[in-house]
Design a binder for this molecule. Structure first.
Ligand code: HEC
Length: 113
């Protein structure tokens, strides 16, 4: 360790950055929420989930409107568990993921700041 002071200093900095992020509880962007919490089903169409980027599958869902579709994702529907089975996600994070998925399938949803 003494022979590598720079590496030691870097790992300390990284730890500090992580704990700062944890206390601030940052709201994840839609793409990140999707990758971590939604892709498990939506990338493959598991359980007949509408597949990511499948315009045909998403067209009727997008037509329901952003507010409706966000509400459905938060509450769950049939085999889609509330918030995709990740209750620690905030409503905002789920809404961002919905907007991201809809827009990747031809939607024009507002992305939430
Ligand atoms: C355990 C698998 C699973 C995960 C994880 C999952 N979904 Fe789903 N999702 C489904 C299934 C299955 C459906 C189709 C439900 C139906 O219409 O029967 C669905 C449907 C949807 C729909 C369309 C709802 C409608 O009105 O039919 C949206 C929007 C959606 N999911 C968003 C999300 C978001 C956002 C996440 C991540 C936070 C997520 N899903 C994670 C399985 C999943």
């Amino acid at each position: 360790m003494l022979h590598h002071p720079p590496a030691f200093a870097v790992s300390l900095l990284v730890c500090a950055a992580f704990s700062a992020a944890a206390t601030a509880a940052p709201q994840l962007p839609g793409a990140e929420v999707y990758e971590h919490y939604c892709a498990a089903c939506h990338a493959t169409g598991q359980l007949k989930a509408p597949r990511f980027g499948d315009r045909k599958a998403w067209r009727p869902l997008i037509a329901e409107g952003q507010a409706m579709l966000s509400r459905t994702a938060i509450r769950g529907i049939r085999k889609m568990p509330p918030k995709g089975g990740h209750p620690h996600l905030s409503d905002l994070e789920v809404k961002r993921a919905v907007a991201y998925m809809a827009n990747q399938a031809g939607g024009k949803f507002k992305t939430h700041e």
